[in-house]
Each structure stands twice: as C-alpha cells, then as structure tokens.
Design a protein. Sequence first.
Lengths: 468, 490
Amino acid sequence: MSGVGYIGSKISLISKSDIRYVGILHSINSADSTVALEQVRSYGTEGRRGSPAEEIPPSDNIFEYIVFRGSDVKDLHVCEAPAQQQSLPPQVPNDPAILGTTAPRPPSFQSYAPPPPMGVQPPNFAVSPFYIQQVAAAASFQQQPQYWQQPHPQSQLNNNISESAAKEAEQSKQLQKEHSAPDKIEEPRPEKQSSVKNFAKTGTSSRSTVTTNNRNNDATAEIPSTSAVENLAKKVSEINLTTTKETNVEKQATVNNHARPSAPSNNRLPGMGGHLLQQNRRGGRGSRRSYNQNYDRNRIPVPQSDFDFESSNAKFNKEEIVKEVVKKIHPNDQKEEEPVDGHEEEEEEDILIPPAESYYDRNKSFFDNISCETKERLEQQGPDGRRSLSVAERRQKQSEERRLNLETFGQVSIDGGRYRGSYRGRGYRGSRGGYRGSRGSGSGGYRGGYSNNFRGNNYRQQLQQQQS
Amino acid sequence: MAGILPNHQQPHHLNHENDSWKKNLRLPPKDHRPQTEDVTATKGNEFEDYFLKRELLMGIFEAGFERPSPIQEESIPIALTGRDILARAKNGTGKTAAFVIPALEKINVKKPKIQALLLVPTRELALQTSQVCKTLGKHMGVQVMVTTGGTTLKDDILRLSEIVHIVVGTPGRILDLAGKGVADFSECPTFVMDEADKLLSPEFSPIVEQLITYFPKDRQIMLYSATFPLIVKSFKDKYLVKPYEINLMDELTLRGVTQYYAFVEERQKVHCLNTLFSKLQINQSIIFCNSTNRVELLAKKITELGYSCFYSHAKMLQSHRNRVFHDFRNGVCRNLVCSDLLTRGIDIQAVNVVINFDFPKNAETYLHRIGRSGRFGHLGLAINLITYDDRFNLYKIEQELGTEIQPIPPVIDKRLYVAPSALDDAQTQQIQNNQNNQNINSQNNQNIQNIQNNRSQSHQNHQSHQNSRSSGGMRNTNARGGGMGVKAAS
C-alpha cells in the first residue's frame, strides 16, 4: 500500500470542514479511500473559516482512532515530533469527514505489549513491586510456543511496518472494541510542524526508493476519488523523517512480511534499548547532537547477508592453539617436556597456561583451581597485594578498549567518550570512589578506613572497571 | 495426591497419602521440559520426609516444587541439624531452596528477632532470593526484608523498627545496618552465604569477616556456590566448625548446556550476532559484554537492527537496574545485554540462549555466565564469539573446565535448546533435515540421546531406592514441575 512506510508517523490533517487533526498514521486504505489515524487530537479550525462565529475550538481530548474519508481530506502534513500518546475520554467533533471511531491499534503501537510467547502477567503483583512472583511468567514461557526472533519496526524510529501486520490489525478490528489505556501518559510536546515540501529536502534516497516503488504499484489500483489519499501517499513517499537518520536504512528496506512487532514502542527508559537512541539522553546537552552525527558517519554497516559461520570458523584451527601454547611456555625448547628451563620464560608470558594439573577433581579436593577474578587481581597486584596499575597502564587499558569499541561498533562509547567520563565522575567518584561509594549512602567510616588500609585507590578503580 | 506425585509408591517411604491438606493447594502448571541428571539424579526423598512445618510445605508445593533436587536432598537435613555447611553444586540446580527451606523451617515467627541472614553478592540476586523466601514462606507469616546498596538507608532503618525474621541483602549495606545497631544479629543463629566464593573474594571478605562479629558464637554458617577456589579454604578453617561438605559436582559444567564458538573478527561481531538472532529460536537470551561501554554500544546496535533489547550494568541507577531485571524476567523483552553484574545466580527459566559477545577472561566467569541458560537441568545453548585474541583464553577455559567448546555448526539442532512443546511441525521438518545433515557432531547427538533416554525412563516406574546419581537413573522428568519459576536456583 502507498505510504505504508509512514505508518506510525505523526500526521497533521485538515478536513474539508477546516478542522485540523493531529494523530498517528494507522493505515491507508486505497480500496475504501480512507485514512485512519490513531491517538487523534482535534485542533479545531484555527481561524481557517475566516469568521469567528463559525470557528470550532480545539479539543483537549485524544481520540483513540479515527477513520477519515479520503475525499474530505483537504491537506496533509507529516509532523516532526515523535508520536506521544494520551488517554482521555473521547468526544468526537461533528465532522462529516469522520467515518468511524472504532478500530484497534496494531500490535506495534501498544506501548507495552508483551512479546507473543511471554504474555502472562503474574497474579500477585502487589506483593512485590519490583519482583514479581515468577511462577506464572516462567511457566508461560515454556508452555507456549517459541518463535524465531524477527526484527520488528519501532514505530517511533523506523516508521515502518509490514503490510501483514497492518492487515492483522484490520482483521482484529472486529474482535477488539475496547482499547486499553496507554501505560505512559505524557504531555504532548509542542508541535513542530513543517510542510511536506520542507522535509522533502532532507530526504535520503534509499528509503524513498522503496516506498516510491510501492506507490507505483498501488497507484494503478487506486480510483480517482482518492485524491487526498494519493496525495498523502505521494507526499509521504517523497519525504523523509529526520528520525530515520538514526535507523538502519539497509535493514528497513528488508523488513519482511513476517515482522513480528513485539517491542514496546515506549522503550526509552534507561535500560531499554530505545533509550540509547535518544539524542538528548541524560538531560540533553547541546553538544550531544554533533557526537551522534559523527557517529553516523563512522558507523559500520551490517551486511544483509547471513554471517558465514562455516567459512569463518575454517580460518581458525583450535588444535593449532595447543602448539602455540606450548611454544609460548617453552619458547626456547624444542621438546615439550623441559619444565626447569622453561620456567623462567613462563613467568614473562602474558597468558600463563599452567602445566597439566588438575583444576578440579572432586575426589582430590573440594576446592578448585580454575582461573577466577580473584586470581586475576592478585596477579595484577603483584606479590605484596599492593601494587596496582600505574597511571600509564591504566591509560593504556582505556585506550585499548577505545580501540576495540571503535572496531566493533564504529564508536568509542554511546556518549562519544567525553560525556561518559563526566557522567561517571559526577555521580560516583565524588562519593568515595566508584562502585563502592554508591553502595551505602551515608555509610559509616568503616569502609573508608577499610579501603585505605586494605587497598589503594587504584585498586578500587580497577575494581570499578571489572565490576562493570 | 497421586496426581501430583504419580510415581511415588515406594513402600519404604513415609506414607503421605493421607495428607488431606494438600487438596487445597493451588499448584502452578507443570513444566514438561526434559531435564538432565544434574537435577534428576536424586535419592528419592520427599519434602515431607524432613518433617517441615505444614505451612512451609504448602509454600513449597505451591511454588511448583514436587521433590527435592539432589543438592536439596543433601543440604536440607544437615542444615536442619544446625551444622556448618560447605556445599558445592552446579549452576541452577536448586541451591537457593537448599538453604531457604531449612532457614525458613528454623524461623520462629513468634520471636520478633532477625533469625537468618542470607548474604548474596549482587543486588539483583538479593531481590531474587528474597522473593524465593517470600514465596516459599508465604503461608508462614514470616517477615522477609531485602536490603541492598543503591537504596535509601533511612527506609531500611524504618523497616527494621518493625518485625523482621529474615534479612536478605548485600554485604556493604548489611554491615552498615549492623554497625549502626539498627539490624540486630545477636540472636541470629543462621548465616548463609550464597555465591560464597564471591563473597569471600578480597573485594568482600573484610566486610563479611566484620559482619560475623555481630553474630552469636554458636551461629551456623552455610556456604553455597558452584565454584570454590582455594582462597575460600582459609575462611573455612578460620570460621567454620567441622563443616559438612557437600559436593555434587563430578564435573564443573552443566550437562544440558551445549557450547559453541564462532570465530569472528572484532568488526564482524555485530553482523554475526544479527545472524544468530535470525537463525536461532531464542526464547530469551542474555548477551554478555566485557565492559559497561560495550553493553550500551551493543544494546544500541541491537535496537537499531530492530530487535527488542534491554541492558543493565553497574553504572546504572539501581531503580533502573531493578526495572530491567523485573521486566526481563517477566518476558517484556527477549534479549538482555549486560556486564558481569548478572553473571551469578540470576535465575530466569525462560533463557535458553546465552551469548558471550565478548569472551570472558577466566573460567569462573565463563562457567557462571553460561549457567544462566540450562536452568534446573533444562537444555540451553552457549555461543561464544571468539576473536584471534581470545584463542588462548578459549584454550585455557576449555582445559580448566574440562569441557569442549565446539565450532558452531551451520544448523543447530533445536532439540538441543528448544522445549519440545515449542518445536512445531516446520521445525520438526527441519530437524529431519538436520538428522540427515552430518554436521551434527557426536557430542550433540549424545546430548539428544541423553534427553531421549531420560524421557523414556520417566515413563517407567522408578527404582529410586538406590542412589542413582552415577547411573543417571532419571526420575520423573517433571519432578520439579512448574516450579521452574521460583525454583531452586543457586
């Protein structure tokens, strides 16, 4: 269907009655020539009728779902602001452009829909607000079928939804008459509207191509009276939303019919993936934007093709490691068994592979001797347990991680490096160091003393790194 | 209650058939997934055999527990005698209930004093453990308090002005409360340390040793973990009195978890993960990174790729960490990216895949990480992305754990990690194909074979008289029923 790529976008629509509506594009039905918006707010006529007596005032109510007759739609805009949801009792204005007000939202718009196999809410939520009794939820996992994971459109980000999902929504329209109130109620943000033409300038190509093709296919089936719908389709296919800059263009083009919208669209709280996509995370600083733009330029594309595990694993011979390990331990020896001479060399190696001994044998000892964090730290600290990383060593470690992150993600950190540093410093370091400081707020002196005596500051910083 | 305990007809057992109170229990749905002998190789005890309070038994059964797991069989009776315990059992085989049940049993709810301290190393684990206490003790009227860092101390002080029988928490905060005289452990006979080796690492042990001084001289100390490095021995020698040692680990790794590696270049990791997402039948997954920055970077990538994902690390606010943990556990989201913060003890039964996006540096961390799948003897997958730089660590960890991490095959048999009920026709078809595919290696077949054996045995009547741990004598695969939730994780 035309304009399908813009389902989920915030649309401003003016009807022939001059009333302006703002809502989220739910679907465009070219057969019936209708446009369906959800979470619709009426802004009234805003002076368009030219006569104060005839003006209709704006309404504060949000209507769950409104279907507009395409022929009665005078004008359409796509708004910049991301969709926000509100729940208020609906009172639809008397407008002949409105065909109906009952329909469901497609799954992707439910602000907190649980994914398919995990739907059961535990019964006694009240007992423990953070920690629900797990029985019901866990049981539901194993008893319901599991699904392959599919990438799903994020309504606020990708503004893309599969046709099948839209159809599903249409089918469920008959079944579902009541709409649950959205979980999150937020004040509507100030509308930043611009005309479609303005946005067209910022559009990127690959996205437009996809939707334009769709439009051409569908256009043949459309009937003349759908001018407004066609208009919409044309406009939305020509423009691009600024938010799509953040999304993976390649992936969007391939969102397939099996897409299973399952993520909460309102996933922008810290700890939820969407939070990391926000431009003004953590209080919004002016400089943040530029980091993100830098990031966009540096990003590493993810190939659409499957990763070839077989050929990649073929580059790696696990058996070879053994030989390398032996060489490492006995670099000067041809024979493998020469423990005395090899011993000194051994200590200089980065990675120590102890001679074949038992790491764990239940019959010999209750205790094990496998590598663990404690051992790692003791090695770092040196024999007296006091030595910690020098400033230079720490810097080297940090730059090592930066290099690695750049290689893996095309980015050093989410906040472009600098921001992260200050974030950490302000929150934690001020209060007696790292992770430990954040533990007992207002705690007594024992810890400070213990920290000073038991290990130095540097150790704590190491600790902080390892805890993360 | 033959319906609940269908195969329990051994004459040597106490007769529990007249227990009419059981008829009023509200039992959760059963978990019919196959289990390995890590949890099924029991002696055949019943919870009733321990003469537990009626109210406690009700809580146990209503949590979906049917019969004690091996570690519970060993631990509960000894713990009830008051003896110090040093117990070692694999990840997710029921350690938590192994100490929570005796701790609850010993509580006198009429006595308005703290009577048990359950110490754990992380806040999320504290939440989880306290919930197990509340669930199992829900008919007892026991007052359980959870206290960790990252919350307001004042709230804890207020809470302690009321009756508290059991305190669950992390070391720093509890020492705070004890040091201020707010939490009174002077008449607290029971001191349990879960993930004891972590609590006795240099990071925590000075706190723990101070904490012990607030306890009475004749307190009972019980240590539980899947890993016990030698460093714990000095603590044992110093503080434990003739400890009873329980060791149920013939080997370190879980039998139900199949381990693979995928050799990648660093820059291919995201691509590789994306492919794994599309190929694997993930019920829920936990993905580990080696730093906080990398957790956030990866969570962002995954979100951009269009998959739902949460993330958690130590630098987040505790309230945010709690919400993530809570919501993930309730299935709000399929994937969780995290640091080693959630490496230990976290019990989310629905997790069937663990991915080491960054390979860990030591065997201990590796073992605890992959133990997040395959909970309570169920099947799971651990997939390790290995770079050239990781090769020695791969070798080291394999050697130390005595396990094999195999190259990931082009097709992974779903029976290795997907619940049978979730294998639909299309997937069964695929399995047929897989069976013709010679890429399934012998180890995998072994695993599947084991499971099939277990299944068939579960239909037979049990010869549970003998201790069949080594023979793999499988009791009812449903023995632990739908209790997967609260169950007994370490």
